[in-house]
Design a protein around this ligand. Structure first.
Ligand SMILES: [Zn+2]
Length: 282
């Protein structure tokens, strides 16, 4: 992968410096300091001076939004079309060279909604389906390794949230909605600050996965803490957003641009005669 090369070279170089310095000093108490220096050098090189191998400068968050609006995106940002949403953190994309690839969206973890069904996994999938429709043009911003151990592409996924070049980073939005926790932090950390800020917002307002204390953990989601379904056809106490005019309930407060939704439990919505939106719940 060409994007990997610059970083690898840098790391080999830095390891060399570290190793050589240790050889010179020969003292283990210096190891800590040298490791810190090593980390500092790495961090400095990973910010604004970062370049990919073809020499284009890595844009900041705000610069990239401007670039997306103007249509002049740097070459480490790949244009693609949405094929289909798999779940809240994985989406199938068709890239400009004609290849179809699964994108594992960086730095997030949503509750499972494929083989295993975890509480709120379906809501996260619906959020993804509402944000990313088949045929939509999206942009994948790569950061570090291009693929994971399963061969899935890794990246930040930028989409036009209104059709008016209102570009948002899906990774950040799903976290802000309380439908993903910030996780899987390896060498890709470019937008970690934005992601953490979005998570803090969701935690503060106890949105979705943060509604139940201890549900979201550092390792995943604690299913033993989820509200249990009753025996009357799967209705439960999960929150839904009812639309009084269409008599349908949705998974998010602003699904399909809905205004003035009423929050209630799914059981209450069904009792009041609302039916489940087919886009949000299928
Ligand atoms: Zn809906």
């Amino acid at each position: 992968m060409r994007l990997l090369t610059a970083k690898k070279t840098k790391n080999i170089l830095l390891s060399g410096i570290l190793g050589f310095s240790l050889f010179l000093s020969g003292c283990s108490s210096d190891l800590k300091i040298l490791t810190q220096v090593y980390q500092q050098v790495s961090n400095v090189q990973d910010t604004s001076t970062e370049e990919n191998s073809s020499g284009s400068k890595v844009l900041s968050y705000d610069e990239l939004i401007k670039a997306l609006k103007s249509g002049k995106v740097p070459d480490y940002v790949l244009k693609a079309t949405v094929d289909r949403v798999i779940d809240g953190d994985t989406v199938k994309l068709k890239f400009e060279d004609g290849t179809n690839e699964s994108l594992r969206i960086l730095l997030i973890d949503t509750p499972e909604d494929t083989k295993e069904k975890q509480y709120l996994g379906d809501v996260a999938t619906s959020f993804a389906k509402n944000s990313l429709k088949k045929g939509d043009i999206v942009y994948v911003e790569t950061d570090g390794a291009k693929t994971d151990k399963y061969g899935r592409y890794l990246g930040y996924l930028w989409y036009d949230s209104t059709g008016n070049k209102d570009y948002k980073m899906y990774n950040e939005e799903v976290v802000r909605e309380g439908l993903a926790r910030v996780g899987y932090i390896y060498d890709a950390v470019r937008h970690l600050d934005k992601m953490k800020a979005a998570q803090y917002e969701a935690q503060k307002s106890k949105k979705n996965i943060w509604e139940i204390d201890g549900y979201a953990t550092d390792k995943g989601f604690n299913q033993s803490l989820t509200p249990t379904s009753d025996n009357s056809g799967g209705t439960n106490s999960k929150s839904v957003y009812a639309n009084t005019s269409s008599k349908k309930y949705h998974s998010t407060s602003d699904a399909h641009g809905m205004k003035n939704s009423t929050k209630m439990s799914e059981a209450e919505a069904k009792k009041a005669g609302y039916s489940a939106c087919k886009t949000c719940y299928n």
